[in-house]
Design a protein around this ligand. Structure first.
Ligand code: GDP
Ligand code: MG
Length: 167
């Protein structure tokens, strides 16, 4: 089996850190050049019988999202075509207006969306995350919400399990 997974989120939430952690040594290929007409392949990871292809998705970067919101068009809603799963990364500290803009795009996906709440290592008392988690759970119907620390690698294996279950 092979699945395409888009990692999306506003700048600085930890997307690159997460991808580096997931791909690590097991990185099969990386390329800065678009490999398909629609998506740029960032890396491939093989897990048991599943091959997960992480892609960068045009139309889901903040500048593009802002432009798209100004000129709502078909291309915009097509941004996630061909993707099997979206991993939407946010920071555990605060849901921002920019997260909200990305959310509007992600809501148009016809595939499951997993929310990764990153930087949990910055929290002393883990129960303080609960109000944030209940707030974000009302934003849309996420397939899963997974708190992680991409930097420390906390719970990233859990996120990978969830990803593998959808591809
Ligand atoms: P991107 O713009 O979404 O790709 O974010 P980056 O991966 O470049 O990370 C942005 C900043 O957040 C960098 O300084 C990272 O070191 C930091 N960062 C990323 N993940 C974590 C995390 O899990 N915990 C902490 N404390 N910092 C993180
Ligand atoms: Mg990055």
């Amino acid at each position: 089996r092979c699945g395409f997974v888009a990692i999306v989120g506003r700048p600085n939430v930890g997307k690159s850190t997460l991808l580096n952690h997931i791909l690590g040594q097991k990185l099969s290929i990386t390329s800065r050049k678009p490999q398909t007409t629609r998506h740029q392949i960032l890396g491939i990871k093989t897990l048991d019988d599943v091959q997960v292809v992480y892609v960068d998705t045009p139309g889901l970067h903040l500048k593009e999202v802002k432009a798209i919101n100004r000129f709502m068009n078909k291309a915009a809603s097509d941004a996630l075509k061909g993707v099997d799963l979206v991993v939407f990364v946010v920071d555990r500290q605060k849901w921002t207006d920019d997260d909200e803009l990305v959310l509007e795009k992600v809501k148009r996906a016809r595939c499951p969306v997993v929310l990764a709440v990153n930087k949990t290592d910055r929290i002393q008392d883990k129960t303080s995350l609960l109000p944030y988690l209940s707030e974000v759970s009302t934003k849309m119907e996420f397939a899963h919400i997974v708190p992680i620390s991409a930097e420390k690698g906390h719970n990233v294996d859990r996120l990978e399990e969830v990803v593998a279950s959808f591809v």
